[in-house]
Design a protein around this ligand. Structure first.
Ligand SMILES: [Zn+2]
Ligand SMILES: [Zn+2]
Length: 248
């Protein structure tokens, strides 16, 4: 490297590149995604206190549950998502899910950390558990994006992550099915990995990590599995995104 280049680097250090838009940026709240991109995410601040999904149109009175949770309360204590799955944020998340972009786990896990700090810090979480992917899909995509997020978050909060549940049955895309059909589709879909000592989860507080809540059925079914088969005391859910609950 020429002396001049060295000097230039000292005076103008290389700016980081935004993983979402590819531009160089000066400053960002979330390392890896520039402020300009972040301003296009709709971060969830007002949501159903149980499922954590935004309600559209925003008609809920504070503390009121969304119609879906009022109809049937999910088995977990409560869930929170960082942003609404729409517009630009949806594009970036899809890039992470299907575009072979594991590097996006960095900024997404930072976002999860901020929401963890706000909502779950006082829940005495013992373990993080990622929502598993069916083996064939994992082979196709190369990694389980929920597991990557859980792993990165685990490092930040110093709470162990346990990738112990496997998905033994692949399902049809759940959003295409009715609520009843979705439940049936997931029946028997989860299993504990062989050689897992389920006793360590007994009476513990578990935080489930996933990338997205679409219909809420997967988080409900896996929570049910963790409560029933692993005898956990409490289950919570934290995801990067969720689809809003639409009120007709
Ligand atoms: Zn950007
Ligand atoms: Zn709800």
């Amino acid at each position: 490297m020429k002396v001049l280049d060295v000097l230039k680097d000292l005076i103008y250090p290389e700016k980081p590149v935004c993983l979402a838009c590819g531009r160089k940026y000066d400053h960002s709240e979330i390392e890896g995604i520039c402020d300009r991109c972040l301003s296009r995410f709709s971060f969830i601040t007002e949501a159903c206190p149980i499922c954590g999904r935004e309600v559209v149109p925003a008609v809920l009175i504070e503390g009121q549950h969304c119609p879906e949770c009022s109809e049937e309360r999910p088995p977990y204590n409560f869930a929170r998502s960082v942003f609404t799955y729409s517009g630009y944020a949806r594009e970036v998340l899809l890039e992470y899910k299907y575009g072979h972009r594991p590097d996006l786990a960095g900024p997404f896990s930072q976002m999860l950390f901020l929401y963890y700090d706000e909502y779950f810090k006082d829940q005495n979480i013992d373990y993080l558990i990622p929502v598993p992917m069916h083996g064939e899909r994992k082979n196709y995509r190369g990694y389980n994006q929920a597991a990557r997020l859980a792993q990165a978050l685990s490092k930040k909060i110093k709470i162990e992550y346990k990738d112990v549940i496997s998905r033994v049955k692949d399902s049809l895309p759940l959003y295409t099915l009715t609520k009843k059909a979705r439940k049936m589709e997931l029946e028997g879909a989860f299993q504990l990995e062989e050689d897992t000592d389920s006793a360590i989860f007994k009476d513990k507080n578990i935080l489930i990590i996933d990338d997205i809540i679409t219909t809420g059925t997967t988080s409900s079914e896996i929570s049910h599995f963790i409560l029933k088969e692993m005898e956990a005391a409490n289950v919570y859910v934290l995801t990067t995104a969720s689809v809003p609950v639409k009120i007709e």
